[in-house]
Design a protein around this ligand. Structure first.
Ligand code: CTP
Length: 403
């Protein structure tokens, strides 16, 4: 296989920790493998290592300030021209600023503006790494699609042994290669994704719904967009913000999702249905708020259209992936849905207890054909989105398609 690093344009951020010197060796490795490396350093990083070191190794200018070449708007240009942004080392402070959206220097501003894969290799004292504030910031960034090469346990600069040592260069290179391998894999493809819950009102202030947050759909939309696809996200009511750079069609009810899917999803190269669509809606919707009478009340429900089954009937050459939210007999039920809805693959999602809806993590198993099966494991939804698309792209390439 061709070396994905060769010819790649790497934005290499260096923040201020003792491991900054290891970024110099990494720069040299990347250059030797044929990458072009633009190094951006924070002011603190300059205390540990001189820009001249990176300039010599990369044979390119090193950027240390928003104001060095302001006419070139470096914080935008550098990340537009790069294939991937890698930060080695990423300090606790940098991670906290990124999680908060602070952009008070060139590195943080550029990373905030980046629409390319962002891979961070944290390095810091073990207590700082394990502090709940750092862990919460890492979880926030993971949820937003940042990738990490986790630090290792070992000898730290403080002469202690603990977690927080920068990952070995080989592991950083693997993280970089993974991000680069995916970068253009969906170029020219149109991807439609349904996500979030639906709301089925029975008066102006009350509705039936479920606990879906749309996090899986948002993670998939971000990942597909990073891979170069033109993405349309059909999204039910959620407080989560969809990523920039994709088309978002907001819907509230299952019927609206059905209409939006017919308009925007039919004909897409890949359709992924993650929406937790309410299967029923109140048969009657009152125009005014229903007042209590002290009596019980009965709400009659009518069935909603099955969006995915309809897409299955009209799938043409689309590759159609469903989700199955199950609490028991997971794979048997999911295989039945795979057949019934004419899907090419289905991701089984265990929604018992803490798992599934509304949490940062999930576990998925992908099923296809008669007996195709891949366990995608348990991970943050952003990581699972990448694994799911890797598997689906493989199936699309080998033409594993149901009729
Ligand atoms: N789905 C849909 N429209 C519906 C119901 C479900 O598009 N009205 C899609 C979901 O987005 C998911 C798949 O169908 O991709 C399976 O959803 P799930 O809720 O697991 O199953 P249901 O089809 O609703 O079947 P059941 O209620 O029997 O589990």
């Amino acid at each position: 296989m061709a070396d994905v690093v060769s010819g790649a344009r790497v934005f290499l951020g260096v923040s201020g920790g003792i491991a900054a010197y290891k970024a110099a060796a990494l720069t040299s490795t990347l250059v030797q493998r044929g990458a072009s490396v633009d190094v951006v350093m924070t002011a603190e990083a300059e205390r540990f290592i001189a820009p001249l070191t990176f300039a010599s190794l990369s044979a390119r200018p090193v950027y240390t300030s928003l104001w060095d070449f302001p006419e070139r708007i470096p914080h935008i240009r550098l990340v537009r021209e790069a294939d991937v942004a890698l930060v080695v080392p990423a300090t606790a402070n940098l991670i906290a600023k990124l999680a908060a959206g602070i952009a008070d220097d060139l590195l943080t501003a550029a990373l905030l503006a980046a629409r390319i894969p962002r891979v961070l290799a944290p390095a810091m004292n073990g207590a700082m790494y394990e502090d709940p504030a750092t862990q919460a910031n890492l979880a926030t960034l993971r949820e937003r699609g940042y990738e990490f090469v986790d630090p290792e346990r070992g000898f730290l600069a403080e002469r202690e042994t603990g977690i927080g040592r920068l990952a070995a260069e080989d592991r950083i290179l693997e993280g970089l290669e993974r991000a680069l391998a995916r970068r253009r894999s969906l170029e020219g493809k149109r991807v439609a994704i349904t996500g979030g819950p639906t709301r089925e009102p029975f008066d102006p202030v009350r509705f039936l719904s479920n606990a879906s947050t749309g996090a899986t759909a948002i993670a998939l939309a971000r990942e597909a967009s990073l891979r170069g696809a033109r993405v349309t996200l059909l999204l039910g009511p959620t407080l989560l913000e969809p990523p920039a750079g994709i088309e978002v069609v907001r819907v509230t009810t299952a019927q609206q999702l059905y209409a939006a899917a017919l308009e925007h999803a039919v004909g897409a190269d890949l359709i992924v249905a993650t929406a937790a669509v309410a299967d029923w809606r109140p048969a009657l919707e009152s125009d005014s708020k229903l007042h209590k009478s002290g009596e019980g009340m009965t709400v009659e429900l009518s069935p909603n259209p099955d969006v995915l089954a309809t897409l299955g009937e009209r799938k043409g050459s689309s590759f159609l992936v469903g989700f199955a939210a199950e609490t028991q007999a997971h794979e048997t039920n999911a295989r039945a849905k795979l057949r019934r809805k004419h899907l090419d693959a289905i991701a089984v999602n265990d929604v018992r207890g803490e798992r599934g809806f509304g949490t940062g993590e999930n576990s998925l198993v992908l099923l296809w054909g008669e007996d195709g099966r891949r366990d995608l494991g348990r991970a943050a939804k952003s990581a699972l989105a990448a694994r799911l698309l890797d598997a689906v792209e493989e199936l699309m390439r080998i033409g594993s398609r149901c009729s």
